[in-house]
Write a protein that binds this ligand. Structure first.
Ligand SMILES: *[C@@H]1O[C@H](CO)[C@@H](O)[C@H](O)[C@H]1NC(C)=O
Length: 126
């Protein structure tokens, strides 16, 4: 009997491991999209299965809010705010994704150092 309990517990723990993702999390950061390691959190096992990202366009600039979320809550929020996702002032866009750290940087593109140098001389900031 005790062995069975132990085995069940172990099974739960192993399952839990499989279902944990990590996301970037921050409260309303201005201009900074908090995609750096210090903002990484472990999401609640078996509950928060998605990463959520909110991009708000305010008079003083772009604000970012990121968190772990349950897929249900995130998808409802994202569809509910779709009409406000205009890209203009007071725009609010909410997106959801379900792979580890998927609410990180907008684009992941390794930039060769030569290309970076060229872009910088053109005055373009990445
Ligand atoms: C997330 O979980 C891993 C493994 O369980 C642990 O090593 C790490 O410190 C945790 N990170 C945070 C930010 O809690």
């Amino acid at each position: 009997m005790r062995l069975l309990v132990f085995a069940t517990l172990l099974g739960v723990l192993l399952d839990a491991d499989a279902l944990q993702i990590q996301c970037y999390q921050c409260e309303e950061m201005k201009h900074n999209d908090c995609s750096t390691p210090e903002y990484i959190v472990n999401c609640t096992v078996n509950v928060q299965d998605m990463c959520q990202k909110e991009v708000l366009v305010k008079p003083d600039g772009i604000h970012y809010r990121k968190s772990c979320a349950s897929s249900g809550a995130c998808l409802i929020a994202s569809s509910g705010y779709q009409q406000f996702c205009t890209g203009r002032l007071n725009s609010v866009c909410i997106s959801c994704c379900n792979t580890p750290l998927c609410n990180g940087p907008k684009r992941k593109r390794p930039v060769p150092s030569a290309a970076t140098a060229n872009l910088q001389t053109d005055g373009i900031r990445l």
